[in-house]
Ligand binder design. Structure first.
Ligand code: HEM
Length: 307
């Protein structure tokens, strides 16, 4: 039985987007791909995690729109997700679950509940109550950067033309047990590819999937996995606070996406990406949002798989 907080986190999401059996509570619409990750020497020096050892590692990647509505047109303004599952030796896996936003909305799950209540669309107008949202932001200035990023972020031309961020920090444990903290960024090899909101709105409803399919037929799409390392004093457990851009960045490897994938999420196969599923060589922080995610994801899984 999931804890009450996890249930409430998903209840408030379901109240916004509806409940759609067979679909994730959020990031309901997505496209699954297969690929290969190859780590750099800098990655193996930073962390003894098995996928950073250097050999090619099989991966699945799921790109998604943030909304919980499975039929949402791709041109709708939204945050985008990129979830990566690395298949490790011995049948284990580890995941990176990232967003197109550089920061998250709140520091705690309790504040997220209050924020989602405040911005829930009024059933009469279909729009959020600006006064309620304004009152929340006045009390929670730390929420403003994520809201600003969400509103101002240009529409993507491609899922493979977006920079994605882990937002949370993770500890990288080296062979000698030394630890450095960093945040992941997944940077598209060809740079960000954007279009105007008007162009996005005029596109077919599934243009992001169609574009990716056509792109992968021509050849692979690649991302560089990077770690932005914390300096002394950078907050490790606050997903609302960006670190200064001049922080050292270490290239961890190249993720090559080769094709749309149809070998998972068929029949009874349940695919879950969980950012707290980390192997030896990576450790978690006390970030309250990070630690709330697996519980909420389990509730979403239970609800999306019930018949
Ligand atoms: C307490 C805060 C959060 C809550 C309650 C929450 C909730 C959820 C839920 C319920 C799902 C669906 C899970 C499933 O059915 O498998 C989901 C998926 C997802 N979330 Fe979160 N989330 C939170 C924070 C974040 C953050 C900070 C990020 C990015 C750094 C993020 C990125 C994603 C992505 C990319 C997916 C889609 C994964 C996939 O493709 O399977 N979420 N989230």
């Amino acid at each position: 039985m999931a804890d009450e907080l996890s249930q409430r986190l998903v209840d408030v999401i379901n109240a916004t987007y509806g409940s759609h059996t067979g679909h994730r509570a959020v990031h309901a619409k997505g496209v699954l791909c297969s690929g290969t990750f190859t780590a750099t020497g800098s990655a193996s020096a930073l962390s003894r995690a098995p996928h950073f050892a250097g050999g090619p590692v099989r991966a699945h990647v799921r790109f998604s729109n943030g909304s919980g509505v499975p039929t949402i047109p791709d041109g709708t303004r939204d945050a985008r997700g990129m979830a990566v599952k690395f298949y490790l030796p011995g049948g284990k896996t580890t995941d990176i679950v990232a967003l197109s936003l550089p920061v998250f909305f709140t520091r705690t799950p309790e504040d997220l509940l209050a924020f989602n209540e405040a911005r829930r669309p009024d059933p009469a107008t279909g729009q959020p109550d600006i006064e309620k949202v304004g009152a929340f932001l006045a009390e929670h200035p730390e929420t403003v950067p994520a809201v600003t990023a969400a509103i101002s972020h240009p529409a993507p031309a491609s899922y493979a033309g977006i920079t994605y961020h882990s937002i949370h920090a993770f500890g990288f444990v080296a062979a000698d047990d030394s630890v450095r903290y960093g945040r992941y960024h997944l940077v598209p090899e060809g740079g960000d590819e954007t279009i105007t909101e008007e162009e996005a709105a005029a596109k077919p409803p599934d243009y992001l999937r169609e574009e990716l399919d056509a792109r992968l037929q021509r050849g692979p799409a690649a991302f560089h996995l990077e770690a932005q390392l914390a300096a002394d004093g950078d907050p490790l457990d606050d997903p609302t606070a960006e670190w200064p851009p001049e922080r050292e960045v270490v290239g961890l490897g190249r993720l090559e996406i080769t094709a749309l994938a149809f070998d998972r999420e068929q029949g009874d196969d349940i695919l879950v990406f969980d950012p707290t599923r980390v192997p030896d060589g990576i450790i978690l922080t006390d970030d309250k949002i990070l630690l709330a995610r697996p519980g909420a994801y389990s509730v979403s899984v239970a609800r999306r798989t019930r018949s």
